[in-house]
Design a protein around this ligand. Sequence first.
Ligand code: AP5
Length: 221
Amino acid sequence: MNIILLGPPGAGKGTQAVRLAGDLVLPHIATGDLLRKSVLQGAQLGKEAKDYMDKGLLVPDELVAKMLKARMADSDVKSGFILDGYPRNLNQAKTLDVLLKDFNLAIDLVVYLDSSESVIVQRLTGRLVCSGCGANFHIKNMPPKKTGICNHCGGKLFQRTDDKEETVRKRLEVYKQETASLIKYYESKQKLHRLSADEDAQSVLKKIAQLAKEFDDSLKV
Ligand code: AP5
């Protein structure tokens, strides 16, 4: 099954994608994670992307498309995937259509996680990320068992540079200008399903799993 999780920054796409990927045994492909990995590795792509990311702007389409194409060619993607953070604008959606066609794949389900601005700002400014395994926590909503330490690998937790309130507001602005148009695009293809993501993570996961099950009732979710 091939799923896209859409939604504003902080709606919980990453949180849900990780859980869903575990339940459905599918790879989680997050362009934000791939870009951050590239920055950490000091790769050319990361060097070109970093400034855009720090400012809360979209990385140029051609850079992200090249990176995604390489990931989509991996063998694990053939059995399905959960895409998080891509596409971000209409051009990327059309690029994705062409890319998937080349791999003989198609999108089955687009889930739009809708969230209010106040919830988004609270979630992102309180998010903590593990420097070891990349797991996400939140100082209040999902605190780690030990302050500053990852529950899963013992790694040190840090705040993403783009999670400062000013950059969060910039990312929201970019989202409204660029990404919101995707809702219409996938609605016109009758792929889009909206749900409120302001509830607790487990309730949101249940609703996404229900949608996946409606699409494929053989799923064990
Ligand atoms: P990316 O990493 O994709 O950031 P984003 O889309 O802004 O999304 P986030 O990761 O911030 O939020 P999320 O919805 O995944 O929320 P999460 O689950 O973490 O992109 C970063 C940057 O990379 C972009 O700004 C851009 O520069 C670049 N980029 C990436 N893709 C690109 C592309 N395609 N084209 C161009 N540029 C690209 O949750 C947030 C917090 O809330 C966490 O602390 C979590 O614990 C908590 N939380 C989650 N769900 C709940 C819940 N239900 N209840 C309570 N708390 C919750």
